[in-house]
Design a protein around this ligand. Structure first.
Ligand SMILES: Cc1cc2nc3c(=O)[nH]c(=O)nc-3n(C[C@H](O)[C@H](O)[C@H](O)COP(=O)(O)OP(=O)(O)OC[C@H]3O[C@@H](n4cnc5c(N)ncnc54)[C@H](O)[C@@H]3O)c2cc1C
Ligand code: FES
Ligand code: FES
Length: 471
């Protein structure tokens, strides 16, 4: 069925009638012949296809870098899509100039995506250009030719040229970004919210961020009927009700990590996020998609298992709740019928001094999936553990809530002997297999080490890693 997807591509108004499931990358290269956006891995790994997506927030448009190789065209409705061509002016932009001056074009193929990401970084209001910000911005750009040295050099050069002139208005005023960006908020407001055609159907594949589906079924989706869940903004909200935090299933990893309610209960969430995918993927991957995907090593799922979250499943107007701890029935088997949508994830209220910690071991430190991951939630009173939740991924066909181990800790004091006492219980609860991410023995060892790591990190005065290596 033909659709009518109305959006702005760089400075041009577009009415697209292609399939809403077509990849934005294919649309750009094949239909629009904008070949500056490169096709590398087509699996979200390399960053060569990075574009900026601008969405209205209040009276502003906020831009985020995403991988166009995993994003459906239908989602562009009422959005601003910016490619590397849309950043060109008569002279070089500061990012382009810095890359030229530092010889950071390297293989050349990756350069357009890098220019787009770094420009997106400068477009954020009041961005302070620093090493950490640049590192995060470049996290989704994999270089296999020379390394990142000259890129880092160009970023520090950028700091000197741009100084405090970040944000769209300041960049335009200083001729660092094309003028047309100033008109985009008004132009987007004039686009009708309704979208006709296949993108609006409620049957077919449910697609949220598409970061898993397009990797698995990228060839089939452009021809399939689909329901683009992201066109339902009611599932994109985080709120607090009666002490519990309600996380809409369409909240992306980045939105989750940057929300004050989440930072309140998990102060180190940004640190954990730096180990999960890349900025471009985190701007698309949803918390709900991570749960429904049911990967035994899903990072958000492991975190939410330890928090003993409750899932709200919706089928038309009916809804029911299921504890996440009993949602996974077997490998990729869920307590869910196919027509049900995961609408909300409810994180129950904890006592004020509850501590939460997450650990992930992977072959590569960044941009890699876990060999084993784990999360722990603990609340103590007068030195006694009153509440405890422990989860682990990569040690069973499903992401596991370690019920027996969690139960063991309740009522005990935190000390080396108590932690040691959990080792045999956990080994009985897990059943890892040998695979590409490690042997069974290695994963069993990691399970033990991660429990130590949780306690050593949260209670260094009571438990030290070295205590476990003494004879
Ligand atoms: C390069 C790359 C790196 C990655 N790194 C990590 C990582 O470090 N850690 C990690 O955990 N994952 C990682 N992933 C996996 C992926 O990003 C996550 O699983 C993500 O959370 C999936 O969410 P999504 O919104 O993109 O889901 P989609 O791909 O849209 O959907 C996944 C499945 O869930 C269903 N679905 C989605 N939302 C709903 C809903 N609300 N109700 C009902 N069904 C729904 C879809 O029909 C589909 O079957 C990575 C992926 C890529 C491409
Ligand atoms: S082509 Fe590699 S991330 Fe899209
Ligand atoms: S810059 Fe392209 S592989 Fe290194």
């Amino acid at each position: 069925m033909a659709s009518n997807i109305h959006f702005i591509l760089n400075d041009k108004e577009i009415y697209a009638s292609e399939s809403p499931g077509m990849l934005v990358l294919d649309y750009l290269r094949r239909i629009q012949r904008l070949t500056g956006t490169k096709e590398g891995c087509k699996e979200g790994d390399c960053g060569a296809c990075t574009v900026l997506i601008g969405e209205t927030e209040g009276d502003k448009v906020v831009y985020k870098p995403v991988t166009s190789c995993l994003m459906p065209l239908g989602e562009l409705h009422r959005k601003h899509l910016v490619t590397v061509e849309g950043l060109n002016m008569e002279h070089l932009s500061p990012v382009q100039q810095a890359i030229v001056d530092e010889g950071a074009t390297q293989c050349g193929f990756c350069t357009p995506g890098i220019v787009v990401s770094l420009t997106g970084y400068l477009m954020k209001d009041k961005t302070e250009i620093n090493k950490e910000g640049v590192k995060k911005t470049l996290s989704g750009h994999l270089c296999r030719c020379t390394g990142y040295h000259s890129l880092k050099q160009s970023a520090s050069f950028l700091k000197d040229t741009v100084e405090d002139k970040t944000g769209i208005e300041a960049l335009v005023e200083n001729r660092m970004l094309p003028d047309y960006f100033l008109e985009i908020p008004g132009r987007l407001r004039k686009i009708q919210s309704s979208i006709r055609g296949a993108a609006n159907t409620s049957t077919g594949h449910y697609i949220a961020g598409g970061t898993d589906l397009y990797v698995q079924k990228g060839e089939l989706l452009p021809e399939s009927r689909m329901c683009l869940l992201n066109l339902h903004p009611d599932m994109k909200v985080i709120s607090k009700k009666n002490g519990s935090i309600h996380v809409g299933a369409l909240i992306t990893f980045e939105e989750f990590a940057n929300h004050f309610e989440i930072m309140n209960i998990i102060p180190d969430i940004q640190v954990y996020m730096s180990r999960i995918a890349s900025l471009q993927i985190r701007n698309r991957a949803t918390v709900g998609g991570n749960i429904i995907n049911a990967s035994p090593i899903g990072d958000m799922t492991t975190l939410l298992l330890a928090l003993e979250a409750v899932l709200v499943l919706r089928n038309d107007s009916k809804s029911r709740t299921v504890p996440i701890t009993s949602f996974f029935k077997g490998y990729k088997q869920l307590d869910k019928i196919s027509s049900e949508i995961l609408a909300d994830i409810v994180i129950p209220e904890f006592p004020a001094h509850t501590k939460i910690h997450f650990e992930k071991v992977s072959k590569r430190k960044y941009l890699d999936i876990a060999s084993v991951n784990s999360a722990m939630k603990i609340c103590c009173e007068d030195g006694i553990i009153r509440e405890f939740g422990l989860s682990m991924g990569g040690v069973a066909p499903v992401p596991l809530f370690l019920r027996a181990t969690s139960h063991y800790f309740i009522g005990k004091q935190i000390c080396r002997e108590v932690v040691k006492g959990a080792f045999s219980i956990i080994q009985q609860e897990i059943c890892p297999i040998s695979d590409i991410r490690g042997s069974e023995d290695y994963k069993r060892l990691l399970a033990r080490q991660l429990i130590i790591a949780h306690f050593a990190k949260l209670f260094p005065e009571r438990v030290a890693v070295k205590d476990f290596y003494e004879t």
